[in-house]
Design a binder for this molecule. Structure first.
Ligand SMILES: [Zn+2]
Length: 271
């Protein structure tokens, strides 16, 4: 809070979606977390891409007070066996804020869409099963690359409420943001929104009200401008996504960050 009162370091910035586990940070995660804290981040959500990764994220969240975890299997992991029953155990952990990431990716031909659909729907069945046990309904982080309409259709068919969903790394134009917002979902943007060749994504971001808008890095991928092309991306860079979107809206960085962090805190239940 000292930094905030001096006006030098933004307090309470949240990277709502990063991948910190496994061997992604070969130089060591300690320095990455220190840099993030020095940049003013108060929380990072370490998003799982499969069951094993979810246990790794859970362990990290137990060791680091500002790291939280999720439970889900990424569509790129479709086509092989996953013990999805373990998601029920993972989601009940007090440090686990959300399901996901899960969904569909229409960009790559492999794994096939039928395999991705089967994995997505099997996970939604686990979500519904856990919902039926009572207790708070945890949010769902959705991957929907080139598949926004089908992801929406699937969620509606299964009976998932839009207000508990976030369409993460939104990379479509304004025409596809409208059905997502009409569904009641939240939307989060990565460094892609800062890229010169992604003007339609930036235009889509303009449509999202602040109480439905969040920022993320999707680290180690998608490094934002002005560091585009640098590998790996890291949570500290979420401030560049934030500053870009603040400037587009004619808002101060502090006001924009306060608004989107309030959205993230209430959506994910970050204390
Ligand atoms: Zn991700």
């Amino acid at each position: 809070m000292v930094g905030a009162s001096c006006g030098t370091v933004a307090a309470n910035v949240i990277d709502t979606h990063c991948h910190l586990t496994g061997d992604r940070y070969k130089g060591g995660l300690g320095a990455i977390l220190t840099t993030a804290r020095e940049a003013g981040l108060s929380a990072m959500i370490a998003v799982a891409v499969d069951v094993e990764d979810a246990y790794a994220a859970q362990s990290l969240s137990e060791a680091e007070p500002d790291v939280w975890c999720t439970a889900g299997v990424h569509p790129s992991e479709a086509g092989r066996d996953h013990n999805l029953e373990q998601l029920e155990q993972l989601i009940s952990h007090p440090r686990c804020l959300a399901w996901g990431e899960m969904g569909l990716d229409g960009h790559w031909p492999d794994p096939t869409l039928p395999a991705q659909r089967a994995l997505f729907e099997a996970q939604l069945a686990v979500v519904k099963q856990v919902d039926g046990l009572g207790g708070a309904l945890k949010p769902i982080i959705l991957h929907s690359r080139r598949a926004v309409e089908e992801v929406l259709e699937t969620l509606k068919r299964v009976g998932i409420c839009g207000s508990r969903c976030v369409f993460h790394c939104f990379t479509e134009g304004p025409e596809l943001i409208h059905p997502v917002l009409a569904f009641g979902a939240h939307v989060s943007f990565t460094g892609v929104v800062t890229y010169r060749n992604a003007a339609d994504v930036a235009a889509a971001s303009d449509e999202v009200p602040l109480d439905r808008l969040m920022v993320e890095t999707d680290s180690p991928y998608l490094t934002p401008e002005p560091h585009r092309g640098t590998w790996p991306n890291e949570p500290a860079n979420v401030v560049h996504v934030s500053h870009y979107l603040a400037a587009r809206r004619g808002m101060s960085n502090a006001d924009f960050e306060a608004a989107t962090d309030a959205t993230a805190q209430s959506f994910f239940g970050v204390p």
